[in-house]
Design a protein around this ligand. Sequence first.
Ligand code: C2E
Ligand code: MG
Ligand code: MG
Ligand code: MG
Length: 291
Amino acid sequence: RSARASGEKAKSYVPSMGQIFLRRFQLVTQFRQSLEDGQVSVHYQPKVALPRREVLGVEALVRWVHPEFGRLAPDEFVPAVEAAGLVDVLTDFVLDKALARIRKWLDQGLRIGVAVNLSVRSLNNEHFPDQVQASLERYGVPAELLTLELGESVVMADPARALPVLRALHTLGVVLAVDDFGTGYSSLAYLRQLPVDEVKIDKSFVFGMGSDLGDLAVVRSIVELGHSLGLVVVAEGVEEDAARDQLAEMGCDVAQGYLISRPLSEERLEAWLQARTTRARGLRDETVLTL
Ligand code: C2E
Ligand code: MG
Ligand code: MG
Ligand code: MG
């Protein structure tokens, strides 16, 4: 099966500019209410350590089931919400769900981290680190269980403005990750100047690494240079055993992708974790969950 073909499929018609504009307008005006109405939820995709596949944490991914349009991909509505200046509302919502989730796990004796995706706007908000700290305190969650993921472009957009906010977040002890690495213009040398802990290889390279030597070379060099900079290297879009094995062989630290699990609702994630805890029990410490 072609890994590249497994993504969301294109629509069978091409909407007009007017239709696109109208729909975006509706999404943006309805967004706040949709949070209150429970149309928006957070799904979680597991991240596992290589090579043994212990569950390290999950990435929080927002989902919107719209009464008229049905399931909306975040790639459609997040940019619209950002453009409308409403992304802080989204970030607050997801962060709150994520911290509540970590708290529940801590109460069950599990140390599982959650990664939350940030928008560039959060890094332009000088109060953001204080807000994060207050939320961590409210839930009694240690900062190191929270990862904040920043798109490459997020950091590149306005480094002078983003840097003090990044430093303050880093001082709190929150884990900072650069998402979709390799797709933008930043180099690993540039990463060295940022207070980041983790780099996530963009899934397009991971999809291609089995068949394209160029993609394989990109993945390999991100793993090697990432490690030489002391970063944890995460591969996204791991869909096949072969890719996972190859990544493990290269020394890539963490894998995330449909092979391990698709993003799951909170209930389905609980069941997924439960199955793994049961299997791991008796073998080692209960907090170590193995696939
Ligand atoms: P991302 O942060 O790079 O998240 C990974 C995306 O890759 C997710 O898409 C996930 O479902 C998908 N994915 C993971 N493994 C595989 C795989 O093996 N194969 C394939 N084909 N796809 C895989 P999703 O959930 O549609 O999210 C898309 C993007 O939307 C995210 O990319 C992120 O940039 C943004 N996003 C999602 N949730 C939030 C949020 O709460 N806030 C913000 N600001 N952005 C968000
Ligand atoms: Mg992400
Ligand atoms: Mg990504
Ligand atoms: Mg992305």
